[in-house]
Design a protein around this ligand. Structure first.
Ligand code: KG4
Ligand code: ZN
Length: 337
């Protein structure tokens, strides 16, 4: 390995994935190990925070060991340890953070705290080697829906955000109600693949002169329709309902993204976060990008949802600009961008 290579070990445990990865020079993924708890939480219909923390404790060291082994490096070769310190579930965050601090202290390595949402955006750098800021990012996950102006690797501004539910939350909730289970997003995506996107209609929450979103009214309008159909004994066409609902949410997200492109004049748009895996959103933004002449990038599917490669990548850019955290770094569950 050339002397100038910088190796970052990334650790992620903000929700229900325990993940560890080694990334070279911020762009090359040498390993990406993810221990998912999704099957375990499925029976509860969502993540149980206390159980998530306990499962992270069991998984964190084997995951780190495997990430080093797959990358064929030792802890000695690592230049810095990057770890998610927020936003997320406090107990879950603390497990990854404590493991990272322990390693940093014992191996005498720099510790770099990373904002999980910076990580989601950074996933794009791993998949598109020539991508550089500035660009706009539609960042959509289970807890966030934001349009971000990414001016530089670590400097970004939120131009619009949700005033209530996140897009992922709105999808997960309706997926549960129509019996698709947890995690709802991927299941809803699959269920709607051959459905008719115009079969069902939902309320829209277009806010003039704002790039903000609101998904709670849309979710309620879906729930009301489902209740009404149930009361009247009308059978729901799951494929059509899933397709119409996801297409509608994608439409809200893309409409404001186009507005942001027009307002800022920035003609590069990245998608980030778990919902960026959604096929309805990808299809719609591709179509609108061609019409409105902007470029779209999204991460590979496995890097859309939570992983540690994105944390190592974002951590690399913090590390090279000199960011170092002390061992007193705490978890910040509601850390903002
Ligand atoms: O980014 P992420 O893994 O975790 C958070 O930081 O929240 O995002 C999880 C969210 C969940 O709401 C999940 O249902 C959604 O992303 N999601 C999807 C898809 N894959 C994951 N939503 C729609 N379509 C998908 N294919
Ligand atoms: Zn996430």
């Amino acid at each position: 390995m050339a002397d100038k290579d910088v190796l970052i070990l990334g650790i992620e445990s903000s929700c229900d994935e325990t993940a560890c990865s080694v990334v070279k020079n911020g762009r090359v993924m040498l390993s990406n190990v993810i221990a998912s708890q999704a099957d375990f939480h499925e029976k509860y219909g969502g993540v149980v925070p206390e159980l998530a923390s306990r499962m992270h404790v069991d998984a964190v060291y084997p995951t780190i060991k495997e990430a080093l082994s797959v990358a064929n490096v030792s802890l000695d070769d690592i230049d810095a340890i990057a770890v998610t310190y927020g936003p997320g579930l406090v107990g879950a965050l603390l497990v990854g953070l404590s493991a990272a601090k322990g390693l940093a202290y014992s191996a005498n390595k720099p510790l770099v705290g990373v904002n999980h949402m910076h990580g989601h955006i950074a996933a794009n750098y791993l998949c598109h080697p020539n991508l550089e800021p500035p660009f706009l990012c539609l960042s959509v996950s289970g807890g966030h829906s934001e349009i971000v102006r990414v001016d530089d690797y670590s400097s970004m501004t939120i131009l619009g955000c949700t005033r209530d539910d996140a897009a992922g939350e709105a999808i997960d909730k309706i997926a549960r109600v129509i019996g698709l289970g947890y995690p709802g997003g991927p299941k809803m995506d699959k269920a709607g693949r051959n459905g008719n996107v115009d079969a069902y209609k939902f309320s829209s929450t277009h806010m003039k002169d704002s790039l903000d979103f609101s998904f709670s009214g849309i979710k309620t309008s879906a729930l009301n329709q489902l209740n009404e159909m149930k009361m009247r004994g009308i059978e729901i066409n799951i494929a059509d309902f899933a397709a119409s609902y996801q297409h509608h949410i994608a439409n809200e997200l893309v409409r404001n993204t186009i507005k942001a492109v027009k307002n800022t004049g920035i003609k590069t748009v990245c998608l980030a976060g778990g919902v960026s895996a959604n096929s309805f959103l990808r299809a719609l933004i591709d179509e609108e990008a061609a019409k409105n002449k902007f470029k779209v990038y999204y991460p590979d599917l496995k890097l859309c949802t939570d992983n540690a490669a994105m944390i190592a990548c974002a951590g690399y850019y913090e590390y090279v600009r000199g960011v170092r955290h002390g061992l007193d770094l705490n978890a910040v569950p509601s850390l903002s961008l």
